[in-house]
Design a protein around this ligand. Structure first.
Ligand code: NDP
Length: 403
């Protein structure tokens, strides 16, 4: 018997709650709370239609810690799953500590006034979670999340050391819109417009945003331009793989996306500093996010596949010298929509959030304190990926990446 409280009712939450309901032997009692209750109700109605499970819904501002504590005390869950926005990570962790319940999220904390996402704010909670006998699992989405687990699986089964690591995130989906983001537009644009950073010989090296581009031929998608950018798992991977010489993250963007983003940036629409407009203070990026298509509305029209994976080079475990492995998942947008009513990017994040929750609730992954995915045994998580819609494949490559 496990009661779970999910916070946030966007695309990722919708997938995660559907998947929890499909696995009702693990998630016996599901509660869903968010800022807009009608969105929780819509998810609950879809779940009910698809599998008959009940989901209880609530309205909450997750930044109001006392209200969160009251809600947690009322529901008494074994786990709070934070699928709201990175801004809410710390208040939700505070509420979990006060109410005595474990915590999971998919994205690390980011202050509203600075586009800087880093783990140190959440790592600072380690001792408090440890003393309270609680667990917090950070970054149980796809990237971060599955990419970290893929890497640690290679380290456990194929490579004694990892010298070079490239994470390749390709969305080959077409949503039919001139410009839209596949997850929260504000968070997405803050991430993409930030300077690129990669790990090289013991330090992060910064380069201008979107300045390094490489074409890569992705299985089930075809050739795509991918751009080097900073992504949060580079911080935890470089910490937990101390021998790592170079770690980079790449994401594909179509020319139309880059063209629109460049224009929006040039005219100041991606700014996060408040401006005065008709006597009111507004933040340009928040206004832009409000007029862009909502990610959860893209599912119906999106076609094609995502292909996200990791290429790692290092010394083979079996002593056969240096080897390179590529491990990835291909996810169909249409299949994701058919199963949960959401597109593939929400699916590839919501499924790992469900799996991470299952790992914690079943005690397969356990510990007191704040943990990253890299610190856990990858095997049971990898098994569940295969069983719950995100099967993976690993191949040996002839040579390390040439870019
Ligand atoms: P959405 O914007 O679709 O959903 C966010 C939800 O959080 C909305 O329902 C929103 O409410 C709710 N919310 C926002 N502020 C509050 C608040 N103060 N209190 C309560 N609820 C609040 O985002 P996504 O579903 O696309 O993404 C969810 C999370 O997943 C994000 O943190 C994102 O960064 C992360 N993510 C992680 C990925 C990974 O691979 N690790 C990939 C993609 C996303 P309202 O409906 O009222 O706006």
């Amino acid at each position: 018997m496990a009661t779970v409280l999910v916070i946030g009712a966007g695309g990722v939450s919708s997938v995660c709650v559907h998947k929890m309901a499909f696995n009702s032997e693990i998630f016996t009692d599901i509660h869903l709370a968010s800022r807009t209750k009608s969105k929780c109700d819509a998810i609950a109605a879809s779940v009910k239609t698809r599998c008959g499970q009940e989901v209880a819904t609530y309205e909450i501002d997750a930044e109001e810690v006392p209200a969160m504590v009251n809600l947690i005390r009322k529901i008494q869950p074994s786990l709070v799953v934070n699928l709201a926005l990175p801004y809410q990570d710390l208040p939700i962790m505070d509420a979990c500590l006060e109410a005595g319940v474990s915590y999971l999220d998919t994205a690390n904390y980011e202050p509203k006034d600075e586009a800087k996402f880093e783990y140190h704010w959440q790592w600072a909670y380690h001792d408090r979670f440890k003393e309270a006998g609680l667990m917090a699992l950070l970054g149980s989405g796809f990237d971060p999340g599955v990419t970290s687990v893929f890497t640690m699986w290679l380290k456990k089964h194929k490579l004694k050391t990892i010298r070079q690591l490239d994470i390749l995130d390709c969305n080959g989906g077409d949503h039919g819109q001139a410009f839209a983001t596949n997850f929260n537009p504000e968070i997405n644009i803050r991430e993409v417009t930030a300077p690129a950073r990669h790990w090289e010989n013991g330090a992060f090296v910064e380069t201008p945003a979107l300045s390094k581009k490489v074409e890569f031929d992705f299985e089930a998608v075809g050739p795509k331009n991918m751009y080097m950018m900073y992504h949060e798992e580079l911080e935890s991977l470089s910490k937990f793989i101390p021998e790592l010489e170079r770690g980079r993250f790449w994401m594909t963007f179509g020319d139309e996306y880059i063209k629109h983003l460049t224009v929006l940036q040039n005219v100041g629409m991606t700014g996060i500093e408040p401006i005065k407009y008709q006597g009111k203070e507004i933040i340009p990026l928040q206004f832009l996010a409000a007029v862009l298509p909502k990610p959860e509305t893209l599912g119906e029209t999106t076609t094609g596949n995502t292909n996200i994976g990791v290429i790692a080079t290092g010394e083979a475990l079996d002593g056969s010298g240096e080897k390179t492995f590529y491990i990835n998942n291909i996810c169909s947008h249409e299949a994701a929509y058919e199963e949960t009513g959401n597109q593939g990017v929400s699916y590839t994040t919501g499924v790992p959030a469900m799996i991470g929750s299952a790992m914690m609730l079943q005690g397969t992954w356990a510990g007191n304190g704040v943990f990253n995915m890299e610190q856990m045994d990858p095997d049971p998580f990898m098994e569940m990926l295969n069983e719950h819609g995100l099967s993976w494949n690993v191949v040996e490559m002839d040579a390390p990446v040439g870019f």
